[in-house]
Design a protein. Structure first.
Length: 185
């Protein structure tokens, strides 16, 4: 078993070790406008129904679109879209159509008005499940109402933000099903 030599670590960088989820692109629609935002602050809250929570800054252009429409699509890109993901995160939807600017195709969703991003390997249509923390904390709690996932790759190369302009790419899959015994803890 590994033994690690450890040192004090800056508290403002703890997220570099705790943010396990992939970077996602959140697409939204309100009235005649669509938008895409890059997001890394999210987590699963439940499995049945599938619930997903995320933090969105109230100054972000998508904030009011999402709050008013009460729906979105969580799109999961692979590493091939990393420069696009960064570009989307570095500009505002106030300045124009991000689908056109980044050459992304908006496909119609089945259950929500927000568009799917065709170039992403997975799209999760969501409706707002709980709005209690939006105004005070910027936390949206979504319920996934429809899921679209590519048949391949089986182990997509998702991108995970580590802070300070550094990303990690999901690696190979390790299976230990024989050892796993689900239980209520």
């Amino acid at each position: 078993m590994a033994r690690y030599s450890k040192q004090d670590f800056p508290l403002d960088n703890v997220r570099r070790h705790l943010e396990p989820g992939p970077i996602v692109l959140v697409s939204s629609a309100w009235k005649s406008e669509t938008n895409i935002m890059t997001m890394g602050w999210h987590m699963m809250l439940g499995f049945t129904p599938a619930r997903f929570a995320c933090y969105i800054w109230d100054a972000n252009h998508s904030f009011e679109m999402l709050r008013r429409s009460r729906e979105c699509v969580i799109n999961v890109p692979e590493v091939a879209l990393l420069e696009t993901v960064i570009g989307i995160g570095n500009c505002s939807g106030r300045d124009g159509d991000k689908f056109a600017r980044f050459g992304l195709r908006a496909d119609p969703a089945e259950k929500v008005k927000a568009p799917l991003i065709r170039e992403c390997y997975a799209n999760f249509e969501c409706r707002l499940a709980d709005s209690k923390l939006i105004r005070s904390e910027g936390v949206f709690i979504w319920e996934v109402v429809k899921a679209h996932v590519a048949r391949s790759p089986k182990a997509p190369k998702t991108v995970h933000y580590r802070g300070d302009g550094e990303f990690m790419v999901a690696g190979s899959t390790v299976k230990r099903r024989a050892l796993f015994k689900p239980q209520n803890l």
